[in-house]
Ligand binder design. Structure first.
Ligand SMILES: [Zn+2]
Length: 96
């Protein structure tokens, strides 16, 4: 199946700021935008559901566990929290 890519007249790339470099194409379920000048690419599902993967690389979603100052950031580990809704009753209520 060949994909037809169409340039979008007047569209400005959000990354490099060039005009008329954005072209769009789609498959059955998604529509993509890409820039021919830079490597900008964006995609969204045709049903409007949010795009799960293709985020811009920011320092928030870098996989590294160290930040730029070299400080170790401890990975967040889930800790089980034990609730005991019915604690073993201490039966010291028989004084009198
Ligand atoms: Zn661009």
């Amino acid at each position: 199946m060949s994909v037809i890519k169409r340039f979008v007249a007047g569209a400005v790339c959000p990354r490099c700021g060039q005009m008329d470099t954005i072209r769009v194409y789609r498959n059955e379920i998604r529509e993509y935008r890409e820039c021919v000048r830079c490597d900008y690419r964006d995609g969204q599902n045709l049903d409007g559901s949010p795009e799960p993967v293709s985020e811009l690389q920011t320092r928030v979603n870098q996989p590294s566990t160290t930040n730029t100052s070299g400080a170790k950031i401890a990975p967040v580990t889930a800790q089980p929290v034990k609730f005991d809704p019915n604690p073993t009753t201490n039966t010291d209520d028989e004084d009198n």
